[in-house]
Structure formats: C-alpha cells, structure tokens
Design a protein around this ligand. Structure first.
Ligand SMILES: [Cu+2]
Length: 111
C-alpha cells in the first residue's frame, strides 16, 4: 500500500513515467489525429502515411517559435518521434508543396 501511495503522489505531481502517445494519419489531403488533446510532458508522435504520396509533419505551439520536424515519410511507412509539449495549442501540418493549404493541418490541445 505504501508503494501505491507514492505512485499516486507522483501522478498527482505530474510525473508520468510512460509518455503520452498521439497517432497522426496522413492522407490526401487531411491529417487525422488519434485524439484531440494530450497531457503536457513527453509526447510520442507516430506519423503514419496512409496516403499515396509522400508526406511529412511539422508541429509548432501556437505563439511559439520552434517547429518540430518529422521528415518525409513514404506511403505505407511510419515514423515515431518524441517531443516535449507544454500546455496550450499546437498546430500540425504537412509541409510538402501546398498540402497545408488544401487541408493537411490539424490542431492539438495540450492540457
Ligand atoms: Cu502532405
């Protein structure tokens, strides 16, 4: 019971030993997130290209200046990157050609 208590306190303080995960499916021409919101901390983003063209992924906090980049990923392939996210809203988009403008973008909330 003592161990359980310590774990409960650790969680209450915001320590999460396993990172949050977010799946992002890329298709022509939209991005589908596995969930609309995640917790702050380490976030594993798994980009799955479910389309027929190569796509990449960019992630930037609204109001922020750093852009995380997941490189070009071929159709049928998957890439996972771990980033650290803070509470707020993050924009995700594909930076290939005009893909962002024609719909390959999404908004993620971080609590
Ligand atoms: Cu794209």
């Amino acid at each position: 019971m003592k161990t359980l208590g310590i774990v409960a306190i650790a969680f209450a303080l915001g320590y999460h030993p396993t990172p949050a995960r977010l799946g992002v499916s890329a298709q022509e021409f939209h991005l589908t997130l596995s969930k609309p919101a995640v917790k702050a901390g380490v976030l594993e983003i798994e980009l799955q290209n479910d389309g027929e063209d190569p796509h990449d992924l960019r992630v930037r906090r609204v109001g922020g200046s750093h852009t995380f980049a997941i490189p070009l990923t071929q159709p049928g392939k998957r890439r996972t990157v771990a980033i650290r996210v803070r509470p707020g809203r993050y924009r995700l988009w594909c930076s290939v050609a005009d893909h962002r403008a024609i719909g390959m973008q999404a908004l993620l909330r971080v609590r």
